[in-house]
Write a protein that binds this ligand. Structure first.
Ligand code: FAD
Length: 276
């Protein structure tokens, strides 16, 4: 089975950032030719316009793009308008999320969870879009129990998700367990591991605390020990994440989704280390 690679971008805030992103996309394409590029949707829909602008730019370049869409800060009307816009652009895949709650805590409350958004998209656009949803091998930070978290995932599948992309993780056993749970529930949609390159300990640590991804002690300690020795830290990070990625593919993962953070080097380096 061919390994499917996808790469995630966030919408840059400046013109210079947009130009840089185009170069990054070219570099990624030269090396790994991803099946598609996804573009995030800021917390509470805060980047609705800039996400759409980047999507338009990529579509214009005939690049296969999957916008992220989240329901937490958007009305049904706004979501419907966006879906029509994406349909008219020829977009056929979406990453469908509840979304991060904005710092203001403001939500629209029309659609509260990702399964409701999946149902809404199916009701309004039928099977036009291939829908990816989020999966959490180490559990979503707000979940009340592992079991209820998995039940919420099952609800998204039952609502019509075609595939899932996981939050990043460095404990491969958590992914194995998630896949075992899927098999037990007869869930056969592909669950693609999200791959977070390790290049900067401080940022990774902060982000992991928020999203509930664990940095195992042996990795954390080594990253801390490297402190400002950036070269050693990045070499270690590359080795750890390349091994993880290879092990995932050996175990039958359907592909890899790179959280590129709008950089090409780290993701490309991991890809070059894969025994494809
Ligand atoms: P849900 O599946 O709705 O789950 C959210 C929480 O609610 C979980 O704890 C779940 O257990 C619980 N839950 C679900 N349904 C119910 C229910 N009916 N009743 C009670 N509890 C329930 N965030 C963004 O803002 N923009 C992005 O572009 C973005 N892209 C992402 C891409 C990927 C691949 C991943 C893994 C995450 C992404 N996120 C993004 C983060 C994501 O939005 C957050 O993790 C968010 O907090 C949850 O979104 P969800 O779609 O998983 O929500």
């Amino acid at each position: 089975m061919a390994v499917k690679i996808s790469c995630e971008f966030f919408p840059p805030r400046t013109e210079a950032g947009v130009e840089k992103l185009q170069l990054v996309q070219q570099k990624l394409n030269e090396v790994m030719q991803p099946e598609y590029y996804s573009v995030t949707f800021g917390a509470g829909g805060s980047t609705r316009d800039s996400t759409l602008e980047i999507v338009k730019l990529l579509v214009k370049e005939e690049i296969n793009v999957a916008p992220h869409i989240s329901c937490v800060g958007s009305s049904k009307q706004q979501l419907n308008d966006l879906l029509i816009e994406y349909k008219n652009l020829g977009v056929t895949r979406l990453v469908t999320l509840r979304g991060d709650i904005p710092d203001t805590g403001e939500t629209t409350k029309e659609l509260s969870h990702a399964n409701e958004l999946v149902s809404f998209i199916r009701e309004t656009t039928g099977n036009h879009f291939t829908l990816e949803v989020a999966a959490y091998p180490e559990y979503h930070p707000e979940s009340t129990s592992p079991q209820s978290d998995f039940e919420c995932f099952v609800n998204k599948v039952n609502a019509g998700a075609d595939g899932a992309i996981t939050q990043y993780f460095y404990n491969i056993d958590a992914y194995d367990r998630f896949i075992d749970n899927c098999l037990r529930e007869n869930i056969s949609i592909p669950v693609t591991p999200g791959i977070m390159p390790i290049t900067n300990y401080r940022n990774l640590s902060r982000f992991s605390d928020t999203c509930g991804a664990e940095i195992p002690r042996w990795i954390r300690k080594q990253l801390e020990a490297y402190a400002d020795d950036k070269a050693s830290l990045q070499a270690f990070g590359l080795d750890v994440v390349s091994r993880l990625s290879n092990q995932l593919l050996e175990r039958g993962a359907p592909g890899l989704h790179f959280y590129t953070l709008n950089q090409a080097e780290a993701s490309n380096a991991i890809w070059k280390n894969l025994s494809l």
